[in-house]
Design a protein around this ligand. Structure first.
Ligand code: HEM
Ligand code: HEM
Length: 131
C-alpha cells in the first residue's frame, strides 16, 4: 500500500490540472493581458507543484520504490517532471533566444506527454492495488 493521504492527492490533482489547463489555454490565445494572466496563474501553480513534489520525495517515492510497484511509470513521471522544472527554469532565465525556443517547445510537449504518463501511473496503481 502506498496510497497518498486525501489532502495531498487532491492538492496534487488540482495543481497539475491548473498547470495543464493554463499551459494549453496559453498556447491558444494571442499575446496580451489574457496570456499574461494565464502565465501568472501557471507560475503560481508551478511553485505549489514543486512543494508537492517535495512532499512525495519524503515518503511516497521511497515507499513505492521499495514495494517494486509502479516503478517504471514513477521513474517516467519523475523524468517528465524533471524536464518540466529544468525547461521552466530556462523559460525564466535563459539569455539565449535559441535555447528559450527549445525550452518552450519541449516544455509544452513534455507537459502533455507527462499527463499521459500520470494517467499510466494511476492506471497501474489501480490494477496492481492490493486494497
Ligand atoms: C519512482 C517514483 C514513484 C514510485 C515508485 C511510485 C509508486 C507508487 C505506487 C506503488 C502507487 C500505488 C499506491 C496504492 O495503490 O497503494 C502509486 C500511486 C500514486 N502515485 Fe506514485 N510513485 C512514484 C512517483 C510519483 C510521482 C512523481 C507522482 C506525482 C507527481 C505520483 C503520484 C501518485 C498518485 C496520485 C497515486 C495514486 C495514489 C492513491 O490512489 O492514493 N507518484 N505510486
Ligand atoms: C511541475 C510542472 C511545471 C512547471 C514547474 C512549469 C513551469 C513553467 C514556467 C516557470 C513557465 C514560464 C512562465 C513564464 O514565461 O511566465 C512555464 C510556461 C509554460 N508552461 Fe509550464 N510548468 C509545468 C507544467 C506544465 C504543464 C503540465 C504544461 C502542459 C501543457 C505546461 C505548459 C506551459 C506552457 C505552454 C508555457 C508557456 C511557454 C512559453 O513561454 O513559451 N507547463 N511553465
Amino acid at each position: 500500500m502506498n496510497r497518498l493521504p486525501a489532502a495531498q492527492r487532491i492538492l496534487l490533482y488540482a495543481a497539475f490540472l491548473v498547470l495543464l489547463a493554463t499551459g494549453v489555454l496559453w498556447e491558444s490565445v494571442s499575446a496580451g493581458p489574457w496570456a499574461s494572466a494565464l502565465m501568472k496563474v501557471h507560475g503560481a501553480a508551478a511553485m505549489v507543484a514543486l512543494v508537492l513534489i517535495g512532499t512525495l520525495i519524503a515518503h511516497h517515492i521511497p515507499a513505492g520504490w521499495g514495494s517494486f510497484r509502479n516503478r517504471w511509470s514513477g521513474v517516467l513521471l519523475l523524468t517528465a517532471l524533471g524536464w518540466l522544472v529544468a525547461s521552466g527554469y530556462l523559460l525564466y532565465y535563459s539569455g539565449s533566444e535559441t535555447l528559450r525556443s527549445f525550452a518552450s517547445q519541449s516544455h509544452l510537449w513534455v507537459g502533455l506527454a507527462g499527463c499521459m504518463v500520470a494517467a499510466l501511473h494511476l492506471w497501474r496503481s489501480a490494477i496492481t492495488s492490493v486494497r
